[in-house]
Design a protein around this ligand. Structure first.
Ligand code: XIL
Length: 439
């Protein structure tokens, strides 16, 4: 004690503890800043074929959802991927009016105020969801599209020139429709649905009234502009306790549209009939900017509602490793933006849904273009975009050419066996069978 040697030893010990503490702090801070939990899940996947669960990785922040159809769940591999990676499901079509309204039964029953419904497809999806402990976003009750004209016509007539009913009849039809649908699902599958898209795409700055309301909607034309508020009022009346009611729309970062939507949200919020804003988020690799997304989320949550990203897909027509790595950087950046907005600005963003699972089944592909916008390829392999959603280290933070090329080189994507080289695969056998069955 007191000797120089002792002092030197004590100093060295303190230095070592200090350095260890410093190293630990740097690690913790950098892992926060990075926002990643998994170091390189993509590299591991390329080596082993194993990859982590998307919804488990995000469980502290968001529900992670996928839009799908019952025929897809008939494939075991497809169903397995959904069960493992998603904590929310949306029916891509089977909860829309054209799937649920039963024209023959309505005519037969002959009640002008009360159309008949059936739930074949949706029930299969809800069965799957409840068996697998997954919750459902119900999409959608009142929409100008995918709602047959006969629902608005006298005698439920399918004639293209059949007379339309009066306002009071249509309001009764609306209430009964909302009541029957909500009661059906909430009785048969209690606790499964956590959110309802009550009104979809009612604002259209391109052809609107002074409130921004879309004039090209039979709801607007037959009921009048208050159809939106009426729909929310009925939905509130029949919803199960705790279910959240949403207004849902596309191009929600556009300035003109946003002004109208915010006004609508404030109005519905003041009446206590809305809980959330659904931002569809059908976007491109370059636009809207992260800043526009953040501003829109803040503008919507400022009205006192929560935000769900309801239908995200990012259009890409480039199936090469370059195009798909670029897409992955964009998914990464969007998820990072959402995480940032939630953690740092305290904006309430609850769930993020992607609009489809497999590229081969995306609604964005049509006769004039083929798109590769989703997280899984047609052979059901996770794409770079999947790892972008995970904020995986192997996906660059920017879409700069050199960063993309570097990531492709480091992962060896150009030289990997066929399945990794090009994401433009033909439809997998399993899905071919399922699609055939449906047709
Ligand atoms: C799309 C489906 O993905 C397609 O299968 C269908 O043919 C048309 O509708 N906004 C919405 C969704 O609210 O319901 C739409 O879904 C995509 C745009």
């Amino acid at each position: 004690k007191g000797s120089i040697l002792y002092k030197v030893m004590r100093m060295t010990k303190r230095m070592i503890s200090f350095l260890v503490a410093l190293a630990l702090t740097v690690c913790v801070i950098s892992s926060f800043a990075e926002g990643t939990v998994n170091m390189s899940a993509y590299r591991t996947y390329l080596e082993t074929g194993e990859y982590p669960s998307l919804c488990d990785q995000w469980q502290d922040e968001f529900k992670i959802g996928v839009a799908l159809s019952s025929f897809q769940l008939a494939g075991a591999k497809f169903a397995g991927i959904v069960a493992k990676n998603f904590s929310s499901i949306t029916c891509e079509n089977e909860m829309k009016a054209d799937s649920i309204l039963d024209q023959t039964a309505s005519v037969r029953a002959g009640d002008p105020l009360h159309a008949k419904l059936h739930f074949y497809g949706a029930d299969k999806v809800l069965d799957f969801a409840s068996k697998n402990g997954i919750q459902v976003r119900a999409h959608t009750l009142v929409w100008h599209s995918q709602t047959p004209r006969w629902f608005f016509a006298e005698g439920y007539s399918t004639k293209s020139d059949a007379a339309l009913v009066d306002r009071e009849t249509m309001i009764a039809r609306m209430e009964n429709y909302i009541k029957d649908e909500m009661e059906h699902f909430n009785t048969k599958y209690p606790g499964v649905i956590y959110a309802w898209d009550v009104v979809n795409e009612a604002i259209d700055p391109g052809n609107c009234d002074e409130n921004g309301y879309r004039k090209e909607s039979l709801w607007y034309q037959v009921v009048g502009p208050d159809y939106i508020e009426l729909a929310f009022t009925f939905a509130r009346k029949y919803a199960a306790p705790g279910q959240k009611l949403f207004y849902n729309d596309y191009s929600t970062t556009d300035m003109a549209k946003k002004v109208y939507i915010v006004k609508l949200l404030r109005n519905l919020k003041a009446k206590g009939v809305i809980d959330g804003m659904g931002m569809q988020t059908h976007i491109s690799v370059t636009s809207p900017s992260a800043m526009d997304i953040m501003t829109a989320i803040r503008d919507y949550t400022d009205t006192g509602v929560t935000v769900h990203i309801t239908e995200m897909d990012i259009s890409s027509e480039d199936p090469t490793p370059y195009g798909q790595m670029l897409l992955a950087t964009r998914y990464r950046s969007v998820m990072n933006t959402l995480k940032f907005v939630k953690e740092k600005s305290g904006c309430d963003v609850e769930s993020v849904t992607v609009w489809g699972l497999l590229d081969s089944q995306t609604w964005l592909t049509n006769s004039s273009r083929t798109c590769y916008p989703l997280l899984f390829d047609s052979k059901m392999n996770p794409k770079p975009a999947f790892f972008g959603m995970l904020l995986d280290d192997s996906i660059p933070k920017t879409g700069k050419d050199e960063d993309i090329q570097k990531a492709i080189d480091e992962l060896g994507l150009e030289s990997k066996e066929e399945k990794f080289r090009n994401f433009d695969d033909s439809i997998s056998e399993e899905n071919e069978v399922v699609v055939d069955e449906v047709e």
